[in-house]
Design a protein around this ligand. Structure first.
Ligand code: ADP
Length: 427
């Protein structure tokens, strides 16, 4: 059976991460992963390691721009020393109404992303840039975009519609949600025992929570933009809209143009707020936890606000779901920060959540709730790259008319439409 090498690209503000999978019928094997980090510095890092963790590339190049960084990756992957990708998958974070699906990357798609870049300024412009570069530096290789909102397409209208005048709603402005690829990967990993009433807390630098019934999203905390919802590392989360007007008027007093004022407000809500804004110290939970231990009161307030907001959200999703069978923590904080999990669960005793402290502190423990806890609490790392590989294989199969892989995917379907699209090959 032939296999298909699929490259997955995931870029942040100062890094480009990538991994290469070999996809066969029902098989997904990671061959290597790598990253270029420190973009914008003259002492960057560029590494690639194989599936056993052996370093194949380990360099400290100057990385003056994202373009230089990506060319480095493309040159190595095209050099013949590595299996050349035959398809490329991207995580697409974009609220454009026309891009709420998984799609083939074309120049038109990239232009559409750029038209909507202001709705996710930390993500969309970088994603669009990398897609354009990938089309150019891997000529002839098809690229596919996986929408980070696709999983949320099952939300009812009452959750997606925003309470605004219809002239704006008619522009397609609505709550779309993000982190959908992570949520889909959690549902897939829970197969075949996906609980009826599930809440997943994706707590990373960006943080969000979703309510999922029978594998389908019914509500999520982020809305039109990744700035909404619960507090994130540098983002406000949901705030009183009057606060935004207050800050905007303050900024406008000194700004030379309305664009400059809008840009400054954007920086306040996306880069200077959240855990960083409250603590005045850092957006990194590890730094904040160390500061709390050292008696830093602002760090304590930042961490407490984070927990408070999450407890409130989970409480409202409990009401929406009509109860709860399982709570899953994922993302860098959700997977690693025992104190955050403990504080959140302590606030949720009334919902039937009983944490087992020893399990919570044991490394790599899948279930961390007590034996007799009415609600099961689990820690599950996301497997976003695998979900993207699955979508790429499906789209490619549909395009080429070869249904071998699609049939393979559908043989795992069960009753869940939300997971049927991938076949849940995650191991
Ligand atoms: P991103 O949204 O950038 O993918 P991650 O999922 O990597 O973010 O999560 C980053 C967050 O996870 C940071 O706040 C970091 O401090 C936190 N984190 C990572 N490891 C730990 C750890 N061992 N203990 C506590 N927090 C951690």
């Amino acid at each position: 059976m032939p296999t298909l090498p699929v490259l997955i690209l995931n870029s942040g503000s100062s890094s480009i991460k990538f991994s290469l999978y070999e996809a066969g019928a029902g098989e997904r094997r990671k061959l290597y992963e790598g990253a270029v980090d420190g973009i914008g510095t003259d002492q960057g890092k560029f590494w690639i390691k194989d599936a056993d963790g052996k370093k194949l590339v380990d360099q400290s190049p100057a990385l003056p721009s994202r373009s230089v960084a990506f060319k480095l990756v493309a040159d190595v992957l095209n050099s013949g020393d590595f299996l050349r990708p035959r398809a490329i998958g991207h995580r697409m974070v974009c609220a454009a109404p026309t891009l709420q699906n998984n799609l083939r990357v074309t120049p038109e798609l990239i232009e559409e992303m750029e038209r909507y870049k202001d709705l996710a300024p930390l993500h969309t412009p970088i994603g669009a840039y990398i897609m354009r570069e990938a089309l150019e530096l891997f000529p002839g290789v098809p690229n596919f975009a996986c929408s980070d909102s696709y999983f949320h397409r099952t939300m009812p209208q009452v959750a997606t519609h925003m309470p605004i005048p219809s002239e704006y709603a008619d522009m397609g402005v609505r709550r779309v949600g993000f982190h959908g690829i992570s949520y889909e990967s959690i549902v897939c990993q829970l197969q075949p025992d996906v609980p009826e009433r599930l809440i997943v807390a994706h707590l990373g630098n960006g943080a969000s929570i979703s309510a999922i019934r029978n594998g389908r999203c019914i509500d999520t905390s982020m809305g039109l933009t990744p700035t909404g919802g619960i507090i994130s590392g540098t983002r406000t989360g949901d705030v009183d809209p009057g606060l935004l007007l207050f800050i905007l008027r303050k900024i406008a007093e000194a700004a030379s143009s309305s664009k400059e004022a809008a840009d400054q407000l954007e920086a306040v809500v996306n880069k200077r707020a959240g855990l960083l804004g409250v603590s005045g110290l850092s957006n990194d939970m590890r730094v904040l936890r160390a500061a709390v231990v050292a008696g830093n009161e602002k760090a304590r307030l930042a961490v407490d606000k984070f927990t408070w907001m999450i407890v409130k959200s989970i409480g409202s999703y409990f009401a929406e779901l009509g109860g709860l069978d399982m709570l899953v923590f994922t993302g860098g904080i959700g997977e690693n920060d025992t104190a955050t999990r403990e504080e959140i669960c302590a606030g949720l005793g009334a919902l039937g959540i009983v944490l087992d402290p020893a399990r919570n502190h044991a490394r790599g423990m899948a279930v961390i709730s007590a034996e007799d806890s009415p609600v099961t609490v689990r820690v599950i790392p996301p497997a976003e790259d695998l979900i993207i590989v699955n979508h790429v294989v499906r789209m490619l199969s549909e395009e080429s008319g070869s249904l071998a892989d699609l049939e393979q995917a559908e043989s795992h379907v069960g009753e869940l439409e939300a997971v049927a699209v991938t076949g849940c090959e995650i191991r």
